[in-house]
Each structure stands twice: as C-alpha cells, then as structure tokens.
Design a protein around this ligand. Structure first.
Ligand SMILES: [Zn+2]
Length: 339
C-alpha cells in the first residue's frame, strides 16, 4: 500500500503491469491522494489552487535519475514534509520497462502520443493511451484559465557537451515563454532547443492539446537505479518543490548569459536498414559539424549540414524505419518570438 510506505517507486516496481487495487486516501492537511493505475498518482490539495502540474519520468524505463527525484518529491509530499499548493499528477511512464531495466520493451513510448498509439497494440501503445487519458482527465478536471505545466523528465543515452537540456515543443506560432526558459535555467537546465514541427512526444501532446507549458527535459546520462548522483539534480528538485508549493521561483538569480537557445534545424528520419552515421558511435550530443559535412547516408540519400554549422543531438541509428535518427540544431535566429 502506497498509503503505508509512501514509496511510489517501490510500489510501482512491485506492480508494473496492474495494481492489485486502486487506492484513494486523504493526507492530514486534507490533500486528496489517488492511485488509479500503476505509476499514476494524483494529489489534489483541499484549499484553492491556481495551477495544474504534470511531472513524468520513466517514459524510457532505464532513465532512472529523474524517477528517483520524483519519488523523493512524492515521498516528501505524502509525509507532509513539503507543502503542496498545486494540483499534481505524477506519472511513472513505463513501469514494465523500468522493471526490465530497459529503455523500452518493444517500441519507443515517447513516439506514441497525440493518437499515434492507435497504430499498434504493444504494451507501450496501451500505456500511451492510458497516460494520454490521465493527462486529459487531469487538465480537464482542473478547468480552463489555470496555469498548466508538464515537465517530462529524461536522461540521455550518450555523453553530451551540454549535460542538461530541454526541448520546447512546437507551439504553432504561439510565442515561446521566456519565463519558462528562465525557470529551466534555474533548474540548471540551461540549454533549450526550440522545435519547429509537430511530433508524437508526450510533451508536445500536453502543449498542443491543453496549452500547457510543456518540455522534454534531458538531465544527464543513463545509470541504473541506485547509482545516480542525485546531488547533480539538487537545483531541479528545489525548484520543482517551489513550483508545487506555488512559492516564488527566485528567477531573478538566473543569468541570461548562461542560457543557450538553439533552433532545431533538421529532423533526420531513418528510411532504410542501410542508414549509417559518418561520425563515431559514441559522438557526444552537441558535437558541431561545418556546412557541407556528410552526417549520414541512408541507401541513396545523403544527409549533410546545410547551415554554417550544425550540432548533432540524439543520434540513434538503431531506431525503426520511419523514426527519427538524428536532430541537428543551430543557434537561435533573431526572429524567434519570446514573451
Ligand atoms: Zn528518454
């Protein structure tokens, strides 16, 4: 029982497929807690609140550090050590992959949102449908006119020249919010990638369908449970705690000069089994290449750097055909709208 041990992670790992029973209980301060499905936790304060916050981790099962951070935050909330003044939905994305210690069982869960889950029936397709439904119910029950946030927390597979970065989903012409970029910088996530295309990620779903300030946040390299140095995520934990308590976020301490914003320049999909990169398998994220440089070949196709310089992010030649194998980014242009 979650009510007894306050350990969402242990509870989820013990019941990765389905819960023996759903749970609902009330904390001493009146906060209503419910656990309708494995890895799906709702916390709703008794008093008035102004914001609805979704925090997710473990959409890729082996990305453990953010799962541990969320578990700690939840533990502090359930035991009354931290105040909660926001409605909160915590999602551990892919419990079965978490137990297996794998990024995914069959398919990449973070490509199955905005309805893409209807095109298959694997455990991941079913989980994406369930997660979408919970996020929809959560935001709709909160109602219109409230602040909505969704931070989907990940860690990267490879080394990175920039340890922590976030992807700001395509906003269909709505301005990018500088306050959000500063908030992430205050979490030591000081590199932001502006996406210019619709996609099927979890954060795009919340952004596009509910107008949430939503991000895919990358927090460093993958390690197994228990082997993470959570002190590297201390700023994130502090700031998420402040957000949930609806306290001042102390953004005035952020130095604009420390923030780097990139535009996503190219999204390179894999089309054939012949797809191959020209750079080393272990090349770090944000490694730059000059104009004209051949980045990848894919049967007859050649993918080259088009801008003066583009840096690589998320190279993965082992994705399924039709899926993204690489992003490239360029320093943000002068015409990007911020508000
Ligand atoms: Zn991930």
């Amino acid at each position: 029982m979650l009510q007894r041990n306050s350990d969402l992670l242990a509870h989820t790992l013990a019941h990765p497929e389905t819960l023996p029973q759903s749970e609902a209980f009330t904390l001493a301060d009146g906060t209503r807690v419910s656990l309708p499905h494995t890895g799906v936790l709702w916390l709703e304060p008794a008093g008035p609140t102004a914001q609805d916050v979704v925090l997710s981790a473990g959409v890729h099962g082996n990305e453990t550090a953010p799962i541990e951070i969320l578990n700690r935050l939840v533990q502090d909330l359930l035991t009354g050590q931290r105040p909660l003044r926001s409605r909160l939905l915590v999602l551990l994305g892919n419990p079965m992959a978490m137990v297996a210690g794998q990024r995914e069982l069959e398919v990449n869960l973070n490509r199955l949102f905005s309805g893409a889950h209807r095109q298959g029936n694997t455990a991941e397709h079913q989980r994406a449908a369930l997660l979408e439904g919970e996020v929809r119910r959560f935001f709709e029950q909160g109602g219109e006119g409230r602040s909505r946030f969704h931070y989907d927390l990940h860690t990267a597979i490879r080394d990175s020249k920039r340890e922590k970065f976030a992807i700001y989903p395509f906003r269909h012409g709505r301005p990018w919010r500088w306050q959000q970029i500063e908030f992430l910088a205050s979490c030591e996530v000081d590199t932001i990638l502006l996406s210019h295309n619709p996609t099927t990620t979890f954060s795009y779903f919340s952004s596009n369908e509910f107008g949430a300030d939503a991000f895919t946040v990358e927090l460093g390299k993958v390690r197994p449970f228990g082997q993470n140095d959570l002190s590297r995520l201390a700023a994130l934990e502090t700031q998420l705690g402040r957000l949930l308590a609806d306290e001042s976020l102390a953004l005035e301490t952020v130095d604009r000069a420390d923030i780097t914003v990139f535009d996503v320049a190219q999204v390179i999909d894999k089309h054939s089994e012949a797809f191959a990169f020209t750079f080393a398998d272990d090349a770090a994220n944000f490694t730059p290449f000059p104009r004209g440089h051949l980045l990848a070949t894919d049967a007859e196709r050649q993918h080259r750097v088009a801008a003066a310089e583009e840096a690589i992010v998320f190279p993965n030649a082992r994705v399924a055909n039709g899926q993204r194998a690489l992003l490239t980014v360029v320093p943000v242009g002068p015409d990007q709208p911020f508000e």
